[in-house]
Design a protein around this ligand. Sequence first.
Ligand SMILES: [Zn+2]
Length: 57
Amino acid sequence: MTEVACARCGRSRADDDALTAMSWVTDVDERGSRQYCPRCARENIRGIEAKLKDEWW
Ligand SMILES: [Zn+2]
């Protein structure tokens, strides 16, 4: 199993309990995928959505 760390704060998903780990977000772009912990995902989600819209339009 691959160890996953948050792309923003470096937090390890292994440090979270199972419930929190399920809330991690995967952001996929042309360079590959990145994982964000729930806290960073909340702060980042608007940027992710905006980027998706940019690519869509
Ligand atoms: Zn984080």
